[in-house]
Structures are given as structure tokens and as C-alpha cells.
Design a protein around this ligand. Structure first.
Ligand code: GLC
Length: 546
């Protein structure tokens, strides 16, 4: 496959509202990001993904945009953004923005016009339908509410929303809508940004006629519908292909074969994607399943399209709490998960705070939470008559707020995130887990990430190497090789709390093996591998002879 800068990228996701508050109003901001760019640079990543900071009533933390052309006050100003972009570029960091074009806010001027009357010229910019037998046009569920339809008393029709009621879906069938979006994309690209993370981009096309679903609870009918590839091809033709950018599509409900249609190099749509076979469908660690997922995506994509690797983001509980051990082996396990993500084929994404081993959080009451998905679900279940305490408890492990708590910079009040009252509580473990401490310790999680990321710059095998799993079916060990132009790496991961014997059948000339990196610091080249007892969450990377 052709070598390109974006295939060689390591992306750091900045959820700016929880990153660093420069103004003391309790919310992180763009100036806060500028102030901490040196920290990001120190990690060695080369791309920063910023979550949406456009004008927004902020019902879904910026994913409900009311003006694509301006910056929300909490985040700062357009000048702040331009300075951020400039300062990032000076440090060799590229910047990609969130592109949220499946829906807008219900406060967007376009929607206000569309809603104002049936014959308003913008009526067709959104999806409006008459009631069927006096109620919703079909039985579909939205991500955040029991129905995708919301009734508008003023005009006597329902509008369609895949997410919250406050997030009406745009009608992509309308050419004027598409052109307006393409103009907006050019506006940001012409400012010099380096790409987009495209929010639920495979939801743009809707099923013709909106037929009832057999199983409305499983919302796959919202995604991958006929017409989607026409939209993306058009977007590519009219906008994307004119810029040298990274485009990563958020693509839920997709198989590898379907996924390839979005990113195959010869199809001219997107560069890479996030699929959700792990984050959405694997609630807790399942080694055998995880390997099967890696295998099938690798097989489908090898030589044809580019994958992405992540275990958490602003929508998914922190990886060390969900998939590792955030207690006794927090350090080892954070490093092991990092080793895995950075040595599997695809672009690795680091979600802010992951590099210091931040953990999920448990607040006491529903009022302490902010996540609209969680709060809506809580209300829905309680209204059905379920016990509120039980409902609350059941929502805790996967609440999106687990990953949205402020970055823990130091041991001072509010973890050094803000001088005000933070918009969401800081994780009480900030005295133990914080950046200051991480930067002062030699074998910290941060320094391990730094080493891993630096390796990628020197060793193309991490990026372009072939992948072979040597441990299929094993429940604790994950052992695989990557091979590229005469170099072969062996990655050994003991994904468990137990000591595990390394008994994988792989021919290793032990006089020729070279240790590249390990997360226990007493390992050396000389260690014999065969039948070694690996310690809990032990990770090693070796270079071995071909
Ligand atoms: C994506 C975002 C999520 C948001 C949703 C609606 O899944 O990552 O945070 O709530 O889209 O825009």
C-alpha cells in the first residue's frame, strides 16, 4: 500500500471542555488547549482531534450545532481557534475537527425556519412526515429516546431525529442541504485544518418510506442505508479530494465487508473509520472475541483499506476500567492496552487522560451526571416504573461521563483543571493519578506511551506490517507478529490478572531476538521466552529473525 502521512499518524483526542480551563469558568477551552500544547507535543503524537466547539446550546456537549461558522462562547473565539491551529502547526501537530452533519441543533436557524411553516423554503431541509393513524410515522427508536419522531404542534407533522429531540436530522436528499454542508466544510479546510472526524457519517441516508422495524430496539436500520455511498462519493468529489487530509468516519453497525466500502482506496470516499464491534458490542474484556474481531477486519482490509484502533473515547468508559484492571494492576494494564493498540494494524487513537491511566468514575446521584444519553435512559426506565436506584446502578458502568471527567493535572484542588467550579466533578482519585506525578516518574504510563509513539516513527513495521495472530482461541495470551520488509516483530501480551505460561508455538532463534519494549522493567534480550511465566498484564515487544 502507498505510504502516506495519515497512515503514520497517532491521533490524540482532545475533549476540550475537560482538558484545561484557562478562564476559570469551570469549562475547559481552546486557550486551555493552547496552553497545554507542549504537553501534547511531549507525548509525540502528530494529530490532534478536537471535539465540536461550534456554537451550540450544548445539550449533547457540542454535538447539537446551532451555527457551524462560529465558536461557542464556552470554548472561546474564532481567534482562539486560529491561534490554536497555528501553534499546533508550529509544533508539527496536525488538527482535525469533528464534522457533525447528520443533524443540527433544533436551535439552528435552518431548523427554526424549517419548523416555521409547511411551505417555508427550508421545510425540506429536515425530515418531516404526517402522523400515521394519529401517531408516530413508524416504530423506530432513536439512540437517545424511545422514538425517532417528535411532534410539532405548530405544523401538525413529526420531524425525524436519530439522537435527542434537540438534534433534528438533516435531509441529505435535498441538494441545497448538501451544498450548504460542503460550503461549510470548505470554510474550515481553507482555514488550514488537516481533516475531519465525521460524526455518525453512515447515518446520512435513510431507508425509503420509513417502514416499521421488526425489532425496533436494535437500531441498525438507522445506518448504512442505500444512497450513503453516493453522498460520500459526492462529498469526496466536491470537497475532500481537493485537500491532503485525514478523514475518519464514525461508522456504527458495520461489518468489515461493508466497512471497506467506506474506505477502500479505489473508492474515493473516506480514508479510515471507527467501527464499534469492540466499543459498542463488547461490554467487558473477551480476549477470544477481540482476536476474532481483529482477524476479520485485518483480512478484509489488508492491502485495500486502512483501519483505526481505539478502546475508548468521549462516548466510551475509560479503557483501563472497562477492559483492564484499574486497581491492583492499573499501571501494567494501562501499558499493556497501549502496547496492543499501538502495535495492531491501523491508526492508534489516544483519548486524553488515557496516557496517565485515568479511570472511570462513580458519582453518588444522577444529578452528578451530565450525559444526555444516560439521563434520558434513566428517565425512560424510571417512568416505566423501575426502581430508580437499580436503574441508576445499571447505568453507571457505561455512562459516557466516565471518560468526560476533567484531566487530572496535579494534586491541587480540582486537580489543577480549573480555578472555578468544574462543569463535571473531577475524579476523586486525582491525588494519586495526575499528570504532574506521571511526568516526574521514570517508569510512568506517560513515559511508556511516549516510548511506544516514538517507536512508530522509527519502525515502519508498526504501521505497514502484515499481521498474524499466533494465539487464536487462547483466553489470556495474545501473541502476534507484524512483518515488513525484512523485519519481524513479536508482540506478547498477557491480558489477565494471572501468571501465564508462554507456550505459543513460534520458532524463535533466541540468540537473535531483541527486546524492543516491555512494561515490566526487569526484562532483557537475554531472557528465554519459551515457557516463561508472564506476569499479570505483562507486555513485551521483540524483534525476531524472519
Ligand atoms: C456521536 C458522538 C456522540 C454524540 C452523537 C450524536 O456518536 O460521538 O458524542 O452524542 O454522535 O452527535
Amino acid at each position: 500500500m502507498k505510504r502516506t502521512w495519515w497512515k503514520e499518524a497517532v491521533v490524540y483526542q482532545v475533549y476540550w471542555r475537560s482538558f484545561y480551563d484557562s478562564s476559570g469558568d469551570g469549562v475547559g477551552d481552546l486557550r486551555g488547549v493552547i496552553e497545554k500544547l507542549d504537553y501534547i507535543e511531549k507525548l509525540g503524537v502528530n494529530v490532534v482531534w478536537l471535539n465540536p466547539f461550534y456554537e451550540s446550546p450544548d445539550r449533547d456537549n457540542g454535538y447539537d450545532i446551532s451555527d457551524y461558522y462560529s465558536v461557542m462562547e464556552k470554548a472561546g473565539t474564532m481567534e482562539d481557534f486560529e491561534e490554536l491551529l497555528d501553534e499546533a502547526h508550529k509544533r508539527g501537530l496536525k488538527v482535525i475537527l469533528d464534522l457533525v452533519v447528520n443533524h443540527t441543533s433544533d436551535q439552528h436557524e435552518w431548523f427554526l425556519e424549517s419548523k416555521s411553516s409547511i411551505d417555508n423554503p427550508k421545510r425540506d431541509w429536515y425530515i418531516w412526515r404526517d402522523p400515521v393513524n394519529g401517531s408516530e410515522p413508524n416504530n423506530w427508536r432513536s439512540y437517545f429516546t424511545p422514538s425517532t419522531w417528535e411532534y410539532d404542534v405548530g405544523t401538525g407533522q413529526y420531524y425525524f431525529h436519530s439522537f435527542a429531540v434537540e438534534q433534528p436530522d438533516l435531509n441529505w436528499e435535498n441538494e441545497e442541504v448538501r451544498e450548504a454542508i460542503y460550503d461549510m466544510m470548505r470554510f474550515w479546510l481553507d482555514k488550514g485544518i488537516d481533516g475531519f472526524r465525521m460524526d455518525v457519517i453512515n447515518l446520512l441516508a435513510k431507508i425509503d418510506g420509513f417502514p416499521n422495524a421488526e425489532n425496533p430496539e436494535y437500531t441498525d436500520y438507522l445506518a448504512n442505508n442505500p444512497g450513503i455511498h453516493d453522498y460520500l462519493k459526492e462529498m469526496n468529489e466536491k470537497v475532500l479530494r481537493h485537500y491532503d487530509i485525514l478523514t475518519v468516519g464514525e461508522i456504527p453497525f458495520v461489518t468489515p465487508e461493508e466497512g471497506l466500502k467506506y474506505v477502500a482506496e479505489d473508492r474515493n470516499e473516506l480514508k479510515t473509520l471507527f467501527h464499534f464491534e469492540v466499543a459498542d458490542d463488547m461490554p467487558s474484556w473477551d480476549m477470544v472475541r477481540y482476536k476474532e474481531i481483529q482477524e476479520k477486519w485485518h483480512k478484509a482490509f489488508y492491502g485495500k483499506g486502512w483501519n483505526s484502533q481505539f478502546l475508548n473515547n468521549h462516548d466510551h468508559t475509560r479503557q483501563v476500567s472497562r477492559y483492564g484492571n484499574d486497581n491492583r494492576y492499573r499501571k501494567e494494564s494501562s501499558k499493556l492496552l497501549a502496547t496492543m493498540i499501538h502495535t495492531l494494524p491501523g491508526i492508534p487513537y489516544v483519548f486524553q487522560g488515557e496516557e496517565i491511566g485515568m479511570t472511570g468514575v462513580r458519582f453518588d446521584t444522577i444529578e452528578d451526571y451530565n450525559d444526555i444519553a444516560m439521563k434520558n435512559k434513566y428517565r425512560e426506565e424510571v417512568e416505566k416504573g423501575r426502581n430508580p436506584v437499580e436503574v441508576f446502578e445499571s447505568l453507571l458502568p457505561l455512562s459516557r461521563d466516565n471518560s468526560r471527567t476533567p484531566i487530572q493535572w496535579d494534586e491541587t484542588e480540582q486537580a489543577g483543571f480549573t480555578e472555578g467550579e468544574p462543569w463535571i466533578n473531577v475524579n476523586p482519585n486525582y491525588k494519586m493519578i495526575n499528570v504532574k506525578r506521571e511526568l516526574s516518574e521514570e517508569d510512568s504510563i506517560f513515559s511508556y506511551y511516549k516510548d511506544l509513539i516514538a517507536l512508530r516513527k522509527e519502525h515502519p513495521v508498526m504501521i505497514y506490517g502484515d499481521y498474524t495472530d499466533l494465539s487464536k482461541g487462547q483466553e489470556k495470551l495474545y501473541v502476534y507478529t507484524r512483518q515488513f520488509e525484512g523485519t519481524r516483530w513479536l508482540i506478547i501480551l498477557n491480558c489477565s490478572d494471572d501468571h501465564t505460561i508462554f507456550d505459543i508455538d513460534v520458532t524463535i532463534d533466541e540468540s537473535n531476538e531483541r527486546l524492543i519494549l516491555a512494561n515490566y522493567n526487569d526484562v532483557s534480550d537475554k531472557d528465554v521466552l519459551k515457557n516463561t511465566s508472564l506476569r499479570p498484564h505483562e507486555a513485551r515487544i521483540y524483534e525476531i529473525a524472519l
